[in-house]
Design a binder for this molecule. Structure first.
Ligand SMILES: Nc1ncnc2c1ncn2[C@@H]1O[C@H](COP(=O)(O)OP(=O)(O)OP(=O)(O)O)[C@@H](O)[C@H]1O
Ligand SMILES: O=c1ccn([C@@H]2O[C@H](COP(=O)(O)O)[C@@H](O)[C@H]2O)c(=O)[nH]1
Length: 227
């Protein structure tokens, strides 16, 4: 059984790599894989702090910098995080870091690690391409927030958590336009593709590893289901 996890950069490297999280996450994933030899995981790694820092630095020095160049910097940061995650899972991840989800991909290990591909979207979109390629119906989107809210709760203290939402309603919230480095629970481009492909996405707080394992095992969890 294959599952796709979009591992937000905000949980891999919120300020710098979160080694306590990475250790605990590795242990939980290895246990999960050991419980059932059929289980396989695709981990798609976001850019987190290095992406924001380098994109922000470019914008500060050159306020008119184009979004292609900002995205290219973000992609490098996802490769950095992806390389770290791949190294952490080197005993079960036997294939190269995936940096183009449309290519012919070898998946010979139990874990496949992917990172950014090309400008115009986030690693959420790469996760959608990989889910489609490998026949996944669900993407588990792990970031630093337990649920999707009616608005960004960091900006609107009255925002209300949502348990289930349709793609149409979700897309009304996040829009359809790509803005490099924008914080949204799932990116607009990925959302359009996921709606078209009939995929479901569960958004949950990746720092709660027990909850992630519950989602993977089909047990009760805290999060928001989109689609
Ligand atoms: N409607 C919303 N509901 C919940 N969170 C929202 C909403 N709109 C915006 N956000 C923001 O989105 C953030 C999560 O997205 P973010 O891009 O930081 O996650 P990530 O994918 O883990 O990180 P990265 O993009 O670095 O990989 C939340 O911390 C929250 O501030
Ligand atoms: O395929 C991709 C993936 C990423 N980017 C750029 O990198 C940053 C960081 O990725 P996150 O998934 O948001 O952590 C993203 O904001 C894009 O600017 C990309 O262009 N293409």
């Amino acid at each position: 059984m294959l599952s796709v996890l979009s591992l937000g950069g905000s949980i891999i490297a919120p300020h710098q790599p979160d080694t306590a999280f990475l250790k605990a996450f590795r242990d939980a994933v290895i246990n999960y894989l050991n419980e059932d030899k059929e289980r396989k995981l695709i981990l798609v790694c976001g850019g987190g702090a290095p992406a924001r820092a380098y994109q922000g630095a470019l914008r500060e020095v050159l306020p008119n910098s184009d979004s292609y160049t900002q995205d290219m910097l973000g992609i490098k940061a996802t490769h950095l995080n992806g390389s770290l995650v791949k190294a952490i899972f080197s005993d079960v991840c036997l294939d190269d870091l995936v940096t183009d989800p449309t290519q012919d991909i070898q998946f010979t290990g139990r874990v496949l690690v992917a990172a950014g591909w090309k400008p115009g979207f986030s690693t959420d979109t790469d996760a959608v391409y990989l889910a489609k390629k490998f026949g996944g119906k669900l993407i588990i989107n792990l970031s630093n927030i337990a649920k999707v809210y009616t608005d960004d709760p960091k900006k609107d203290p009255n925002a209300k958590p949502i348990d289930d939402i349709s793609w149409d309603d979700f897309i009304k919230m996040v829009g359809t336009e790509w803005i490099p480095g924008k914080n949204t629970p799932f990116d607009p481009i990925a959302s359009g593709l996921a709606r078209e492909a009939g995929l479901k996405v569960v958004c949950a707080d990746g720092r709660n590893i027990e909850n992630t394992m519950n989602i993977l095992k089909g047990l009760e969890y805290t999060g928001t289901t989109i689609g």
